[in-house]
Design a protein around this ligand. Structure first.
Ligand code: FE
Ligand code: FE
Ligand code: ZN
Length: 263
């Protein structure tokens, strides 16, 4: 995967820790781990982002689903320590009919069970579009989870541009205002990664349908401002756009790099 990312002009990548809709994870092959470390050292890849399966719902009402979330989360964090100092992103979850407050408590409780003082992995809560009863649709909801975490230095936030846009944050017309709000509510030092996705829907639609960069309602100009913004430019950016070929990603990366003035 690292090799493929490099061949596209990327210097980082995101991957699923296991089937995004399933639960079984392959045991790690020590030879793979060693090859990954060697390639990273040689190519300058310093941070990669692991994505938890979508089926992980830490806020679930059902005890079995909650138990599954705990197990997968804990197991993933153990596996992540084979490649120290990386990022692990998860969707806060859906509270279904329990309400935001109960959902927030449950997610925080799961984090407080799985986070270990000795872990080197930074766990990231992803900003969500607010589809259905998704938690994390506002910066306040994320902060409510964060402030309940006993090991706050192990947790940060991954901002998904499509999701915040769909949630109602106008990153096209008022990027400064949105970042200011993020800083006031959560603190920009907590922002550790960005998912770069255009959106098929207008601001506030609460839909979560990703679009290729520059082909949706957010538009290329806004992405050029995001990747060059002095408070964001140092962060790792990950594409989750609907491309049907690797060349499509290579082209998006090249266009964004050109806009950022990097080769
Ligand atoms: Fe995600
Ligand atoms: Fe995302
Ligand atoms: Zn999404």
């Amino acid at each position: 995967m690292a090799q493929e990312a490099l061949s596209l002009g990327a210097n980082t990548f995101q991957f699923f820790t296991r089937n995004p809709r399933g639960c079984k994870a392959k045991p790690l092959d020590p030879a793979d781990v060693a090859a990954f470390h060697a390639l990273c050292a040689e190519s300058g890849i310093t941070r990669v982002l692991a994505h938890a399966p979508y089926t992980l719902n830490a806020a679930a009402a059902d005890a079995h689903v909650q138990e599954f979330a705990l197990q997968v989360f804990a197991d993933d964090l153990v596996r992540m320590e084979n490649t120290p100092n990386q990022l692990y992103n998860f969707h806060p979850g859906s509270h279904v009919k329990q309400g935001v407050d109960v959902g927030v408590e449950k997610v925080a409780a799961v984090l407080n069970q799985v986070l270990q003082p000795q872990q080197t992995t930074m766990v990231l809560l992803e900003t969500m579009a607010g589809k259905g009863t998704e938690l994390g649709r506002t910066f306040q909801e994320l902060q409510e989870i964060l402030r309940r975490v006993n090991l706050p230095e192990k947790v940060g936030v991954c901002l998904d541009t499509c999701h915040v846009w769909d949630a109602g944050y106008d990153i096209v017309g008022n990027l400064e205002g949105v970042l200011e709000e993020f800083d006031q509510v959560i603190g920009l030092e907590k922002l550790r990664a960005i998912h770069l996705n255009d959106s098929k829907n207008p601001c506030g639609a609460h839909k979560d349908r990703h679009e290729r960069i520059g082909e949706g309602h957010i538009g290329f100009e806004a992405f050029a401002r995001i990747v060059t913004h002095p408070q964001l430019a140092h962060l790792p950016f990950y594409l989750e756009t609907p491309q049907d070929s690797l060349e499509g990603y290579a082209a998006e990366i090249a266009r964004l790099r050109a806009a950022a003035g990097r080769k």
